[in-house]
Design a protein around this ligand. Sequence first.
Ligand SMILES: *Cc1c(COP(=O)(O)O)cnc(C)c1O
Length: 434
Amino acid sequence: MRPTSPLPTPYLTSVPTPQGFFGPYGGSFIPPVLREELDKIYAQYMAIKDTDKFKTELEAIRKDFQGRPTPLFYAGRLSEAVGGKKGEVEIWLKREDLNHTGAHKLNHCISEVLLAKLLGKTKVIAETGAGQHGVALATAAAFYGLECDIYMGSIDIAKESPNVTRMKILGARVIPATHGLQTLKEAVDSAFEAYLEERETAMYCIGSVVGPHPFPYMVREFQKVVGEEAQWQWKEQVKGSGKPDKVVACVGGGSNALGIFSVFIDDEEVKLYPVEPLGRGETLGQHAASLKYGTEGIMHGFNSIMLKTGAQTEHGPEPAPVYSMASGLDYPSVGPEHAYLFSKGRTKLAGATDDESLRAFFALSKLEGIIPALESCHAVAYAMKLAREAVKEGKGCKILVNLSGRGDKDIDFVWTKYAETYGAMPIEELLKAE
Ligand SMILES: *Cc1c(COP(=O)(O)O)cnc(C)c1O
C-alpha cells in the first residue's frame, strides 16, 4: 500500500481546478480581454494535449532535437566526499544540463511554441531578465519557423550581451524596454502590452510555472517529462526500493522543481525539497526565499506566497527587492503550486546561501567534471547537506537532484568574483559545511 498524502489523489489529474486554482493559490487576476484570450488558449490546449498529433510530435522533437532522455547519473565521487557509500548514501543527478541549450527551460519553450504553431499563430512573445528564457524561446521559435519578439529592459540588454547576441543569431527581435528602471518588471509590462495588441496572431510564452492560469498548469505539464524519465531510469539503474528517498531541486519560479517533483507527489514516502536562494543574509533584499519569508499576495496575475515591501501599488502589494547570485532564482514569489504543496506540508522548507552554492559549484566541477549552473548549485549544496546528515545518523538515503542547467554562462562571474578565495582551496575545505 502506498501511503497517501493529504492532497487529492491522483494528484496530477485533480489539481489544479479548471479555473487554475491550487487550493487558494493561482487563479487569474488580469484584465478581462487578456483573460478571454488565455481562456481560449487553455481550452485549445485541453482539446489537443492528448491527441496523437501533439504527443507524437512532442516525443519526436524531445528525442531528435533536444537529445532526451537526459541521463540519470550517479555522482559517486561527490557522494563519497560527503561521507556516503554506494548502497547507503547516494547522490544521483538528473542531467538537464545535457538538454539542448544546456538547461531545462527548453522543455517548456519547445512545447509552448508547438502549441502556438498548432493554434495557427505566427509569432511568440515573451520578456526576459537575464536572457535565459529569451534564448530558450528563440531556439524553439527558430526550430518551428515562428517569429519571436523578446522584450528586455535596456539595463539588462547592456548587462547580458552574450544572451542578447544568441537571441539575435537565432533570429529573434530583442526589443528594449526603456521606461522606469529598465529591467525585468518594465519588460513584463511591454511584453503584455504588445501581446494585447497582437493577440490574434501571436502567443505569449511564459518562462516558469508562474503567471495567470493556464500557465502554471501548462508549464508543469511540459516539464513533467523530467520526472517521468527519472522515475523509470531510477527503477532501471538504482538498487533498492525503486524510488528515491528524497528529491531536491532549486526554485526560482519553480518549473524545474515541479518537473521532477510532480510524478512523486502521490507517494508521501518520497520527500520533496524545493531549495530557495538564501543569498547573503536574512534581511529583506538580501535573498529571494519566498516560501521561507513571504506571505500570501497577488502579483503578476496570480495569488501565491510572495515577498512584499508593505506598500501598495495600483495592481496590489508592492514586491520586495530580491537578491541571489543566481539570476534565474531572484524572483519575489513562487509558482502557485509550490505555495500549495508547501502549505499542505507536502514539500519541506529548504534553502542554500550564495556561499554554500559556490562551494557546491567547485565541488561538482572538481569531483565529477560537471560545471553546474549557479541556480542548480543551490540544489546540489542542499543535497550534500542532506547526505551529510544521513551519514551522521547512520541512515541509508538515496537522493535525486535535478541538475537544471550547465554553468558555462557563469564561469566569468565565478572566476573574477570568487576564484581568489575558493579556487585554490583544497577540496576538503570546500566540502566543509558552513
Ligand atoms: C531559469 C533557471 C532556473 C530557475 O527557474 P525555475 O522555473 O525555478 O526552474 C533554474 N536553473 C536554471 C539553469 C535556469 O536557467
